[in-house]
Design a protein around this ligand. Sequence first.
Ligand SMILES: C[S@@+](CC[C@H](N)C(=O)[O-])C[C@H]1O[C@@H](n2cnc3c(N)ncnc32)[C@H](O)[C@@H]1O
Length: 278
Amino acid sequence: MTYFEDIMHQLILCKVESPRLETRLLFAAATKREPSKVFPDIILNENERKQMESMLKQRLKHKPLDKILGHREFYKADFIVNTDVLSPRPDTEILVEKALQYMPENRCNVLDLGTGSGCIIESLLMEKTDAVGTAVDISEKSLNIARKNAENLKISERIKFVCADWFNDDIIEKLGQKYDIIVSNPPYIPTGEISKLEPEVKNYDPMVALDGGTDGLDSYRRIATIIRELLKKDGFILLEAGIGQATQIADIFIAQKLKPVEIVADLNNIPRCVILQK
Ligand SMILES: C[S@@+](CC[C@H](N)C(=O)[O-])C[C@H]1O[C@@H](n2cnc3c(N)ncnc32)[C@H](O)[C@@H]1O
């Protein structure tokens, strides 16, 4: 058995979903080469082997690969990630694609409620180069990561970071303006479901990014009560929804007199993005 096969075998026993791919990515990181240049007969020098063993140890404790490597691809860019932020999910890219369609052409002002790594708003600002935005999070640690991502993506001058809690009334004052478009992927896992999540998620994504209260919808209900003060007339809000939540989320916002626009499914055909207009 080669060293590559040995590592892959250990990942299989640990029930990693894509063991071959992850093995290749670990070897690529340890040897600082492109994944396409990693072959199963690869031989590592002493330092590379030490690095490999250290990463493998973490992966066998179910730390997700992106948080071991320290970065992850999302939409069209690479984002720094660590245990202070939710790892950006491919499901969320649909929200970015849709927001780009609904953003007004000129000098759009966008608000991201619960920015985490900054992946949503920063992807939007990279595409719309005259847009500006505000990224809100309750976690100062996650805002620090989002700031670093904005610097790497060279959009720092167009984005403001605000540490605020949307359950606190001072959020309106802290923001002090209305927006053309609001995007949000708030925590939506029902509290009782969290213990059933895979260890990669429940042990390594921040709890504040996951726990959505008893039915998972606490943050949507709260955001709905402040939305009219934050959204310009005719402005749009796009919200990510957990499985089976989209219609209930739409109803919560319709009760605050927003007009339903569309509910968009993700690549797995799960209704994922709820869009409404003021
Ligand atoms: C599901 S994560 C989404 C992160 C990122 N937008 C993404 O899509 O990958 C939810 C984010 O909301 C933030 N958050 C949770 N409760 C909050 C609150 N009451 N006020 C402000 N931000 C909050 C968390 O810290 C976390 O970064």
